[in-house]
Design a protein around this ligand. Structure first.
Ligand SMILES: *Cc1c(COP(=O)(O)O)cnc(C)c1O
Length: 344
């Protein structure tokens, strides 16, 4: 009975108050009025686009390597009838502001209406790059002068903050909305958060319901979110240090067959260049061939490294809270060994 009452109290009072406490804390951390728990990063970005581009004939501008353009099924047009325009992303995750200016639509009757500009920080496809604050400030000035809001896909914005030493409230100061992932580097079981003004979040809340994202027992996920804020945000520097260590070990031991461009390594994403067949390299990284040679080269252990195909000459590795420094050292050995035996 007692246990039952405790459980009941927990489910009906403590956990529901968790989600209010959680959303409130996120809003405060980002220096905005309100926040909304959403089921995924994709849902957060979609809701933001639907709210900002709420009139037919709207266009949004984003980078051609952005997650919103490349990896979300064109959902903004699928569900919102939003036209999108892509500007070429530069290697550091930005795009040319001159080009942006040239693509903002006029009032000509032939033109759609430019309703939104989207940026991504850190930039996944560009290898986890941190957007320079000066660029964000220049972008904001340009957009403000045209009355266009900016949405930041900040799935990894805490990584950007950790690396630059700039608080998320400053990074996002001029953003009208931000979406942030709990379930990537922060390690939560699920969820993302959308952050913005009170009127924006009020509309976003309606849209979330329409998209099936109104989770009834949200408190339990928000409790995990609170844990992330208290315990996971502050340790992201460990991931960045491990990513740098991995890159260095690969460059030292890879004999030029496998390598990482240290210049473009900002955070927890490591892009590994490989001179041979990437698909075969990946297969070999995923498997252990129990030969004396492999065991000797890897110091007696069997190592599997999960990596992701990135291009014809590169794979992506991501370091996160479940990857220890010892695992990084073991992975580097395997990468160098496989690189050596499989390169052309
Ligand atoms: C992962 C990711 C998303 C989408 O998050 P999901 O939770 O997988 O839908 C959006 N943007 C970026 C930059 C991401 O890395």
């Amino acid at each position: 009975m007692c246990t039952y009452i405790m459980l009941y109290l927990c489910v009906s009072f403590i956990l529901p108050s968790c989600f209010k406490a959680f959303e409130g804390r996120v809003a405060q951390l980002f220096g905005k009025e309100a926040a909304l728990f959403v089921t995924s990063g994709t849902q957060g970005n979609l809701i933001a686009a639907l709210v900002h581009c709420n009139a037919r004939g709207s266009e949004m501008i984003c980078g051609d390597n952005s997650h919103m353009f490349k990896y979300e099924q064109g959902n903004v047009s699928q569900f919102g009838g939003i036209h999108s325009c892509q500007l070429p992303n530069l290697p550091n995750g930005t795009f040319s502001l001159e080009s942006l200016k040239a693509h903002i639509r006029s009032e000509d009757i032939h033109d759609p209406i430019t309703k939104l500009v989207c940026v991504e920080n850190t930039h996944n496809r560009c290898g986890g790059r941190v957007l320079p604050l000066q660029w964000l400030d220049d972008l904001s000035q340009l957009c403000r002068s045209h009355g266009i809001p900016i949405h930041m896909d900040g799935a990894r914005v805490f990584n950007a903050s950790q690396e630059s030493g700039i608080p998320v409230s400053r990074i996002c100061r001029d953003m009208s909305s931000v979406s942030m992932c709990l379930s990537k580097g922060l390690g939560a079981p699920a969820g993302s958060v959308l952050i913005g003004s009170l009127p924006f979040i009020a509309q976003a809340r309606r849209m979330r319901k329409a998209l099936g994202g109104g989770i009834r027992q949200n408190g339990i996920l928000s409790a995990a979110g609170l844990y992330c804020l208290d315990n996971m945000v502050g340790r992201l520097g460990e991931d960045h240090a491990n990513a740098k260590l991995l890159a260095q070990l690969v460059n030292d031991g890879g004999a030029g067959k496998v390598s990482v461009d240290l210049e473009s390594l900002d955070t927890n994403i490591v892009i590994l260049k490989f001179t041979g067949n990437v698909d075969e390299f990946l297969k070999r990284m995923w498997t252990v061939e129990d030969t004396d040679e492999e065991r000797r080269e890897l110091g007696g252990s069997s190592v599997v490294v999960k990596c992701f195909p990135w291009s014809e000459s590169a794979v992506r590795l991501v370091v996160h809270c479940d990857i220890t420094t010892d695992m990084v050292k073991a992975a580097a050995k395997k990468i160098c060994y496989v690189g050596k035996i499989m390169s052309k």
